[in-house]
Structures are given as structure tokens and as C-alpha cells.
Design a protein around this ligand. Structure first.
Ligand SMILES: Nc1nc2c(ncn2[C@@H]2O[C@H](COP(=O)(O)OP(=O)(O)OP(=O)(O)O)[C@@H](O)[C@H]2O)c(=O)[nH]1
Ligand SMILES: [Mg+2]
Length: 338
């Protein structure tokens, strides 16, 4: 399915039905009074966070969301039917902005969360409502009120616990494919991953966490190089970043390049806890490891950081990596559970 994480739509709730002017004229009631019924209320536009939806794609095909209008009132004091609500299912993690004011209207971050985005107009009163002792034949009724309408921008930020990031080809998608049931595309050329992928990692004791794999970053991503910053927003809600670095060459330079790009993206992203992973450990011999990785480890140590070595191919270091990620995620989930 195509992954779409930004859409603009127009939403309008239903207008209230008009109240009407009518008179009761029945065979044995020559003096029949006002009997115009009220209009029905217009339907609301309601957004619901649905865990089975993963993209805003559907809305690309329905840029106008309209709830039903209320019916006009009827003769003999009959109420008009209320208009049906228009319920739109959206991915969990969708933020809804007013496109004209840029105000964040709601953040659908909880499964099943339901928000009325546009309220339907109230139905107007029919003339029967206006009858009083001194005004027995009111010949007027109210029109229904218009339903709310607004231009909206929907922006999906995936809800994951762990965010994989690094240069293209670092092995992010391969890692996701060995730790979860996700089957992202994997290849030995850069920018294989074009949109984010999610995978669920199952841990002992029935626990699980969600990992997001986003397209690789390169130097100048902030200026739009490569796929740019386009998908980094999906990492803003993770609990821990998992930064993958290939074992060859200047690891320090590559680590710093990615960190610099994150700094340019947001204060939030750069301040998240990180786990640094040297990937593809099977591709370097032990003596090579000593040479290329030692300097990097020293550099990290100075900054009070450390890294783990891992191979998605041989699974070396994988369990330890998952344990550390799990610890970071579950600790954050149950802070009092010490
Ligand atoms: N030997 C070895 N090769 C690996 C390992 N992990 C990944 N690779 C290979 O490295 C290449 C890139 O892997 P991907 O998982 O597609 O890399 P990526 O980081 O998702 O790349 P982008 O999607 O382009 O950002 C593929 O040819 C993988 O088979 C590993 O642990 N060992
Ligand atoms: Mg990939």
C-alpha cells in the first residue's frame, strides 16, 4: 500500500434542517394551531484513530469530507431527521491542523480516540415552538444553522518505540526484517527504503515494542539532499533512537554527520536517548575491528557513550541489542516499576 503521511482536505459538517411554518388543519379542529416541526441537526465530521489504518492514502481520493445535512421539519410537528455523522478512520498518530491558522486541533495518539472535528449545525425551530398564550399563530420559523467547515492539514507521525536511523545501506531494513515480521525491501544500493516501515518486536513475557525504519540520511539532508528530512518527523515520538553505522572507514565522521543533520532537524530528535550500533560486524575480521572500531569506541567513551557490535546476517550481538532496546522502551513505559 502506498504510504502517504500528509494530506490537505476540506471538511464540512451537515447544516441543520430548517424549521417550517405549518398549521394543523384537521377535520374536527377548525382552529388548529401552528404545527411546523423543527429541522434535524446536521451530522458531525468525526475522526477516529484506527490501528488497522497505516496511511492517509484514502483521503487523497476524497479531499472533501461532507457530513449529511439535517432534514427540514415536517408538517404536523414532525421533526426532520438528523443528518448522519461522517466518520473517518485515520492512522493512530495523525495530527490534525487547521490549515488556515496552523493550529493543532487534535493529535490522534490513542487507539480508538474519537474527535468531533466539525460540529453539525442545529436544526431550526418550527413555528409550533413560538406559540404562546398571547401569540397563538406565529407565522415564522428558524432556519437551520450551518455546519462548521474548515480546511485541514493532516500529518501522520508514526507511533513507534524505537527509530532506526543511519546512512543508506547501513543495514536498517535488514535489521528490521530479522527482529520482526516486517518484510521491507533490502538491497545493496542506497535509498532502497523510500518510505518508513514499522515492525513489531516480540520479547519474552509477552512484551513487544514497535520499531520504525526510515529512509537513510546523508550529509545535507537538511538542504533536501537524498530524501532529505521528509520522513524524520516519524522518529520524533520514539523513546530511543538506534543509530546504525557500518564498520568500515571513518566511523566518527559518519556518526557526527548524522548527528549534525539531526541537530538541524529538531531539538527534540537530537535530545532523544540513543543506542549506537555498529552493523554488519561479520564483514570485518577481528583485527580489522580493532583498527576501525577502537578509535570510535574511544571517541564515544569520552562523550560518555558506548556502542554495540551486531550482525543481522549472523545474528551476533542481536540478542544483546534487543535486550538493551527493550530495557529502554519498557523502562520508559513503566517508570514506577522499579
Ligand atoms: N554481510 C552483511 N550484510 C548486511 C548486513 N545487514 C545488511 N546487509 C546488507 O547491506 C545492504 C543494505 O542493507 P539494507 O538493510 O537495505 O540497508 P538500509 O540501511 O535499509 O538502506 P536504505 O534503505 O538504503 O537506507 C544489503 O545488501 C544487505 O544484504 C549484515 O549484518 N551483514
Ligand atoms: Mg532500508
Amino acid at each position: 500500500m502506498k504510504f502517504i503521511d500528509e494530506v490537505k482536505i476540506f471538511a464540512k459538517a451537515g447544516d441543520g434542517g430548517n424549521g417550517i411554518v405549518a398549521w394543523l388543519r384537521e377535520k374536527f379542529m377548525p382552529q388548529g394551531g401552528p404545527a411546523g416541526g423543527d429541522g434535524g441537526n446536521g451530522g458531525n465530521v468525526v475522526f477516529v484513530a484506527n490501528p488497522n489504518i497505516h496511511s492517509l492514502l484514502d483521503l487523497r481520493f476524497q479531499p472533501k469530507i461532507l457530513a449529511e445535512n439535517g432534514e427540514d421539519g415536517g408538517k404536523k410537528n414532525q421533526f426532520g431527521h438528523a443528518g448522519a455523522d461522517k466518520v473517518i478512520n485515520l492512522p493512530v498518530g495523525t495530527q490534525v491542523f487547521d490549515e488556515d491558522t496552523n493550529e493543532l486541533i487534535t493529535d490522534l495518539s490513542e487507539v480508538g480516540q474519537e474527535v468531533v472535528i466539525c460540529r453539525g449545525g442545529k436544526g431550526g425551530w418550527g413555528n409550533n415552538r413560538f406559540a404562546t398564550a398571547s401569540r397563538q399563530s406565529p407565522d415564522y420559523a428558524y432556519s437551520g444553522r450551518p455546519g462548521d467547515q474548515r480546511n485541514l492539514r493532516l500529518s501522520l507521525k508514526l507511533m513507534a518505540d524505537v527509530g532506526l536511523l543511519g546512512f543508506p545501506n547501513a543495514g536498517k531494513s535488514t535489521l528490521l526484517s530479522v527482529i520482526s515480521a516486517a518484510r521491507p525491501k533490502i538491497a545493496d544500493y542506497p535509498f532502497t527504503t523510500l518510505v518508513p516501515n514499522l515492525g513489531v518486536v516480540r520479547r519474552p513475557g509477552g512484551k513487544h515494542f514497535v520499531v520504525a525504519d526510515v529512509p537513510g540520511l546523508i550529509e545535507g539532508a537538511s538542504e533536501g539532499h537524498g530524501l532529505g528530512f521528509r520522513f524524520l518527523k516519524h522518529l520524533e515520538r520514539v523513546r530511543i533512537l538506534c543509530h546504525l553505522i557500518e564498520p568500515e572507514g571513518d566511523l566518527i565522521a559518519r556518526y557526527e554527520t548524522i548527528r549534525n543533520e539531526l541537530t538541524k532537524f529538531s531539538d527534540l530528535l537530537i535530545s532523544l536517548p540513543e543506542l549506537i550500533v555498529i552493523s554488519k560486524s561479520d564483514t570485518v575480521t577481528e583485527s580489522e575491528q580493532k583498527a576501525s572500531i577502537k578509535d570510535f569506541e574511544k571517541y564515544l567513551k569520552k562523550a560518555g557513550k558506548s556502542c554495540v557490535l551486531m550482525s543481522a546476517a549472523t545474528k551476533e550481538g542481536l540478542e544483546s541489542l534487543l535486550t538493551q532496546l527493550g530495557a529502554a522502551v519498557f523502562e520508559a513505559q513503566t517508570p514506577d516499576n522499579s
